[in-house]
Design a protein around this ligand. Structure first.
Ligand code: SF4
Ligand code: SF4
Length: 143
């Protein structure tokens, strides 16, 4: 389980604008086998075909599967109109953004992410109280 950071604030304010910017940030999309199966089924693909099409690798250090989107071209599961093609089955990693443990450790990473995510501290966003954030952080890893 991910280490839970100390949450010293009353919470974090967030309201997603559906801009899709987070899906084009360079990085890895990690997921477990059940999530992989769910995404493949959602797209009408076999697990093998899904792995081939999206160049899924097994990351031994993470003990999870991953899609490498570090080239700056964005996640290959993002559609041309910037929608997630597996939205209903997207990995927990994506479901829980921006409430990732590294985003909750102080303000620095959160504030840096405001360069691409207009939802962070959005005045019209919802205030997620500390207790709710702690629950999200406990379940921030998929199966
Ligand atoms: S970048 Fe932020 S506001 Fe835009 S889709 Fe992602 S979470 Fe939502
Ligand atoms: S799986 Fe969907 S939500 Fe997650 S990074 Fe890819 S396009 Fe974005």
């Amino acid at each position: 389980m991910a280490k839970l950071p100390v949450l010293e604030e009353e919470g974090r304010r967030f309201g997603c604008t559906q801009c899709g910017n987070c899906c084009v940030q360079p990085g890895y999309v990690f997921f477990g086998l059940e999530e992989l199966k769910g995404m493949a089924t959602h797209l009408g693909l076999s697990v093998i075909r899904f792995k081939q099409r999206y160049n899924v690798s097994w990351e031994a250090a993470e003990r999870r599967y991953a899609i490498d989107a570090t080239d700056g071209n964005g996640c290959p599961l993002l559609t041309e109109d910037r929608r997630c093609s597996v939205h209903e089955k997207k990995p927990v990693q994506c479901q829980t953004f921006p409430f990732w443990s590294e985003m909750m450790e102080g303000r620095a990473v959160w504030d840096e992410a405001k360069k691409f995510c207009p939802g962070l501290d959005a005045p019209k966003g919802r205030l997620y109280p500390m207790a709710e954030l702690a629950e999200i952080l406990r379940g921030d890893r998929g199966t």
